[in-house]
Design a binder for this molecule. Structure first.
Ligand code: SF4
Ligand code: SF4
Ligand code: FES
Length: 249
């Protein structure tokens, strides 16, 4: 027999500040292979056309549908209701600007983060459109590709205690991004230049290392390894610069 699900859904429209935030209780019959994407669309079509939430690809690729599902950040399109209890509480991802109800603006956060980490390959080589592609070791290309799989869903940021306390924290997504460029032999930035970006409390030294980020990442990115690598590398750079200063005294 199919279940009747109870949804508790956060409602608030920042464009209508006179109406305070509330939780709406909505009942819905569960169908076979129902995902939260299907459930929310049915709620919008059958019960409340004003409900705001984001979806694009429905396939865990675009990263638009991140939300807090029974207390845990995750992708709504990849979450099957059969894996959840009868009562499902949906909240918007914290740490991002609320657009309305379950919809948040992750784009602004990611754009600012990309600017801070200068998210492009820094090279002094002139671009020559006629030149052959530079070769890269296959294994290394795969390692870089692994980190490029981030879909910018924001789940790791929403699960991170530091990111919730400090809006300027780069978050696991930002630290992962820097790790990707450190790995890339075409990027000519020096250890000191990387240190200036991540060797501080907005970067790796603000990370508490409890790995809420890796636990919730829907793409299974190896965030723990990147955070460990950055911590070791930045501590070593700091030490090297201290020893250097000492020698010059
Ligand atoms: S390990 Fe670091 S980046 Fe990940 S959730 Fe904890 S504080 Fe945030
Ligand atoms: S690292 Fe994972 S959880 Fe974080 S934004 Fe990328 S895909 Fe989402
Ligand atoms: S709708 Fe694209 S990841 Fe869920």
């Amino acid at each position: 027999m199919s279940r009747i699900l109870t949804f508790n859904i956060f409602r608030y429209n920042p464009e209508d500040p006179g109406t305070p935030p509330r939780m709406d209780r909505i009942m819905l019959d569960e169908t076979d292979r129902m995902t939260l994407f299907i459930a929310l669309n049915r709620i919008r079509e059958e019960q409340d056309p004003s409900l705001m939430f984001d979806f694009c690809c429905r396939a865990g690729i675009c990263g638009a549908c991140g939300m807090v599902i029974n207390g845990r950040p995750g992708l709504a399109c990849h979450t099957k209701t059969k894996d959840l209890p009868d009562t499902i509480t949906l909240m918007p991802l914290p740490a991002f600007k609320l657009v309305g109800d379950l919809s948040v603006d992750t784009g602004t956060w990611f754009r600012e983060m990309y600017q801070k980490v200068e998210s492009w390959v820094h090279t002094s080589k002139e671009f020559d459109p006629t030149a052959l592609e530079e070769r890269m070791d296959n294994g290394l290309a795969e390692e870089i590709y692994e980190l490029e799989r981030c879909i910018e869903c924001g789940c790791c940021v929403a699960a991170c205690g530091t990111a919730l306390m400090r809006p300027d924290f780069l978050g696991a997504a930002g630290l992962n991004r820097i790790a990707r460029f450190i790995m890339d032999p075409r990027d000519e930035r020096t250890d000191k230049e990387y240190f200036e970006i991540v060797g501080n409390d907005q970067g790796i030294f603000g990370c508490m290392g409890l790995l809420g980020c890796e636990d919730v990442c829907p793409k299974g990115l190896p965030l723990q390894d990147q955070l460990g690598m950055l911590r070791r590398k930045m501590a070593f750079t700091a030490l090297k610069s201290l020893v250097g200063k000492h020698k010059h005294k």
